[in-house]
Design a protein around this ligand. Structure first.
Ligand code: PEP
Ligand code: MG
Length: 325
């Protein structure tokens, strides 16, 4: 099997019937980029930047961040990298920010919600990403967006930072794509409006499952409720992908769900543009993808969405696997 996967590592990811589905990697540090591309990643679909801010005494400055992004760009050889701005606060505490402890951190002060208070910190991250964009193919993605107000606020700041760079004759990619994580359910109902303001979405299935089903993703007591095969969740994903494509935009998925081999037929059925996952899963995913028929996957998804329980969906997937082999 390993030998088989090795063959798939360096080919373009597609289904048996030739439907393209980009397979990308999630990384948290620049040194992981090289290994990701060696594993056959077609791009970096999620560069989680919070690690760059954690386990240290002070925040990294603009030049340090710029150098880090440039390292990733060097490993990418022209392939795209989606940099997600810091998703800190809440359950990912950063001591020097002195954010008070919260009883309900997942519903609290995290990610884009802290950017107004830590304005200079966020601004320096945007500046560093823009400066690095002069050297490669970068995209900016904002985590935990839950309203249009947040999108407009970030866009306003981004254009201000771009203006400052132009004034100072500092080069950057004028066309750098701007996107958001789709991980808070409220966004699923304003996709038409979002598409007027942004270039792309990436579905954060970890948080989207948690927020849609109202179940803490880290709480063992309710782990049985945390199930991305819940038909309500699958219907939500289908609605999202249809809406985004109806408005001519691009949508990937970067949560853990993307690496689950048994679920891949459903993700193919959705018609996603990209799936981003931890790098070691990439060769096996490409190999599995090459055996799937996109039309069969769509029919399977329709059946799954008609199921009444997650268990029924699981049985459906098991049956599908048996027929495949
Ligand atoms: C997600 O929520 O699915 C996601 C990819 O982001 P994180 O796991 O970093 O919250
Ligand atoms: Mg998330």
């Amino acid at each position: 099997l390993e030998q088989q996967q090795g063959v798939f590592k360096n080919i373009q990811a597609q289904t048996e019937d030739g439907k393209r589905l980009e397979i990308a990697a999630n990384i948290a540090l620049p040194i992981e980029a090289k290994a990701a591309f060696n594993n056959g990643a077609e791009s970096i679909g999620l560069f989680r930047t919070e690690m760059l801010y954690m386990d240290r005494q002070t925040a990294p400055d603009e030049d340090e961040l710029y150098n880090i992004y440039c390292q990733a760009i060097e490993a990418a050889h022209g392939k795209a990298i989606i940099i997600r701005t810091m998703d800190i606060g809440g359950d990912k505490p950063v001591e020097y920010l002195n954010i008070p402890h919260e009883n309900n951190p997942f519903l609290g002060y995290r990610a884009v919600r802290i950017y107004k208070e830590f304005f200079e910190l966020f601004k320096s991250q945007l500046r560093s990403i823009l400066r690095a964009s002069a050297h490669g193919s970068l995209k900016i993605m904002i985590p935990m967006i839950s309203s249009m107000e947040e999108i407009l606020w970030v866009k306003e700041l981004l254009s201000q930072v771009k203006h400052e760079l132009r004034e100072n004759k500092i080069p950057f990619d004028e066309k750098i794509p701007f996107g958001i994580m789709l991980e808070v359910p409220s966004i699923a109902f304003i996709i038409d409006q979002c598409c007027e303001e942004i270039d792309f979405f990436s579905i954060g299935s970890n948080d989207l499952t948690q927020y849609l089903i109202a179940v803490d993703r880290d709480n063992e007591k309710v782990a049985n409720h945390y199930n991305s095969l819940n038909p309500a969740f699958l219907r939500t994903l289908d609605h999202i992908v249809r809406e985004v494509h109806r408005h001519g935009k691009w949508v990937g998925l970067c949560g853990e769900l993307g690496a689950k081999g048994s679920v891949l037929p459903l993700l193919v059925g959705l018609g996603l543009d990209e799936i981003s996952m931890s790098a070691p899963n990439i060769p096996a995913t490409k190999a599995r993808l090459a055996k799937l028929d996109s039309k069969e996957c769509r029919l399977l998804l329709n059946k799954a969405m008609a199921c009444r329980t997650a268990l029924e969906v699981e049985h459906l997937l098991a049956q599908f696997r048996m027929v495949q082999h």
